[in-house]
Design a protein around this ligand. Structure first.
Ligand SMILES: C[S@@+](CC[C@H](N)C(=O)[O-])C[C@H]1O[C@@H](n2cnc3c(N)ncnc32)[C@H](O)[C@@H]1O
Length: 311
């Protein structure tokens, strides 16, 4: 008997469609170049990827010897049938059917995850919370694409604030676009067709998230503005003893207290320069306000030491 999708089913189907964004090789190369020294002797897992199709698999097989990889593993999801497992050891590529669907949470995929040193992929955005939670539970190193909004998830923000996870190098327009299936609804999206005839959607709302060190997160943000003499440009919040800073580049060099900054600050966050204290809320647990009006999402930060700031 034919089955109709209820509201919840339709919502799920819509969400699943949103997950079908495939990563371009150029975007993988542009990010991975900053982490190459991490990969020697390592087993890499791409666990939302078909080893025969994925550009992540293509990148790691093409660069296998140069990076000094030990093994590349891939698991791929098939919602209605059997997923696939792929393995490349530098010479032989094996691709076999999994017993189950290849859901990254399934016991067989978790067994494969346990063998990996570094997980690199673009996972389904709709499952990002459980996806990241599993990587953290397994204590894995990882480099993943996610929606920038993920910063606002309580669990993700807490990991960032505790320096267990940080932003990668590229975000927003730094990720040039994703390949979408030919039936993907393109209404209202910025699109083009590439030289291979693939439909590319430019999203401007994605970032790389990682716990692999990169040099940019040790760069000190040059602070060129002053608070003293410009107090009016840095109003206080009603519900928190902190000043509001509208743009990361306006963070003053001579203020040692709490400051509310835009979430994009995290792209410039050097944990030796600043401490991330809280997200969005004042001391009363309500959204930060100035003169009774809520501000845009803000992250509360504090400089580590006044001496370390540039003048
Ligand atoms: C954003 S796409 C990216 C695909 C590929 N990693 C890439 O970057 O080109 C996310 C992929 O995860 C797959 N997926 C959805 N649910 C999954 C699950 N529960 N376990 C594993 N993969 C899943 C989707 O079918 C989709 O192919």
């Amino acid at each position: 008997m034919a089955r109709t999708l209820g509201q919840a089913g339709l919502h799920q189907a819509h969400k699943a469609k949103k997950d079908e964004f495939y990563t371009q090789l150029c975007d993988i190369e542009r990010e991975l170049v900053h982490y190459e020294h991490h990969f020697a002797g390592k087993v890499v897992l791409c666990n939302c990827d078909d080893i025969a199709v994925s550009n992540f698999a293509r990148y790691f097989t093409a660069n296998f010897a140069r990076l000094g990889l030990k093994r590349l593993l891939c698991t791929c999801y098939s919602p209605t049938g059997h997923g696939s497992y792929g393995c490349f050891d530098g010479t032989t590529l094996v691709r076999i059917e999994l017993t189950g669907s290849g859901d990254f949470r399934s016991p067989e995929c978790q067994e494969i995850l346990a063998q990996a040193d570094i997980v690199v992929t673009n996972p389904p955005f709709s499952l990002f919370r459980p996806y990241l939670a599993q990587l953290i539970d397994y204590g894995k190193h990882f480099l993943c694409i996610s929606n920038i909004n993920a910063i606002t998830y309580k669990e993700v923000f807490s990991l960032i604030a505790h320096n267990q996870v940080w932003l990668g190098i590229n975000l927003g327009r730094g990720i040039s676009g994703f390949i979408v299936p030919s039936d993907y609804p393109l209404y209202g999206l910025e699109t083009k067709v590439n030289e291979l005839g693939q439909r590319i959607v430019a999203t401007n709302n994605c970032m790389w998230l990682t716990n692999l060190d990169h040099t940019a997160r040790h760069d000190f943000l040059p602070l060129t503005q002053r608070y003293q003499g410009h107090e009016d440009s840095y109003p206080n919040y009603d519900n928190c003893p902190a000043i509001n800073v509208n743009r990361t580049k306006d963070i003053p060099c001579d203020y040692s207290g709490l400051m509310g900054v835009p979430i994009t600050f995290l792209h410039k966050f050097n944990p030796a320069q600043f401490e991330v204290v809280r997200f969005r809320k004042g001391d009363d647990g309500k959204d930060l306000k100035i003169a009774g009006k809520p501000t845009y999402f803000r992250i509360l930060i504090r400089p580590r030491s006044a001496q370390s700031q540039t003048a």
